[in-house]
Write a protein that binds this ligand. Sequence first.
Ligand code: B1M
Length: 220
Amino acid sequence: MSDPLFGAMRQSVIDGAPDVAAELAQRALATGVNPLDAVNQGFAAGITFAGDQFGCGEMFLPDLLAAAEAMKAAMKVLEPEMMKRGSAREALGKVVLGTARGDIHDIGKNLVGTILSASGFQVFDLGTSVTPEQFIAKAKEVAADIVGVSALLTTTMAGQKAVIEALEQNGMRPRVKAIVGGAAVTAKWAEEIGADGFSRNAIDALELAKKLVAKGTARA
Ligand code: B1M
């Protein structure tokens, strides 16, 4: 029954139509669709298609920007509901989150932050293009358990490595765990740079974060 709705969501992002996307997100909530399903099966399918079209030269940057705006309009409607549905309310741990230096992609990072917050983590989101120094300063300030760095560009993945090096240099490892993610990030890359883990999507990021805090990263 929801399939045509998911199809319309996908199309609203491809068309770069924020008003339509927001309206569809509202309709999904009104009809009892799980907001995460709306993201994964609807809107994210649209942004992935747009990215593929951009990658092969069938879509241009303004189209991709418009698609991203539509996706964000939908996320603005869905995020509060995702937060409300979060089951665990106790503080599981503190996570400092951001997108790597030089990288302005934030849709996936925001989704990771929403899922972690909704599930009981206290998330400090530093936004996009975050320097290693900013990650370190915030992690020290809040006594973070986990630092999470998102990177969508192959060029900005180096920023993930720089954050882990900075954690080492500041004597914050191994107490503070480092997790990485983003479309081009692989398990091999995560291992190579000494991350404590990586995840392909927001749900896996939650499982990973839970595992890491359970392994004894809890604050002294
Ligand atoms: Co950009 N872009 N983009 N872009 N863009 C990609 C990444 C690209 C693959 C598109 C392509 O060519 N096919 C390509 C990168 C190529 C590469 O380096 N390998 C690319 C490029 C080239 C660029 C520009 C350089 C284009 C230009 O200017 N010529 C430019 C770079 C700007 C910069 O950052 N300095 C650029 C700009 C943009 C827009 C501004 C137009 C827009 C971003 C808007 C925004 O985020 N506010 C945009 C978009 C939308 C994309 C694509 C199409 C979609 C990304 C997205 O939001 N996906 C992307 C193609 C693609 O990925 N298929 C592309 C949906 C989101 C839910 O998924 O972000 O993967 P994702 O997040 C997932 C997982 O990865 C994971 O969980 C999330 C939720 O499930 N995850 C984590 C993410 N972070 C995590 C962190 C974790 C754990 C899991 O722990 C910390």
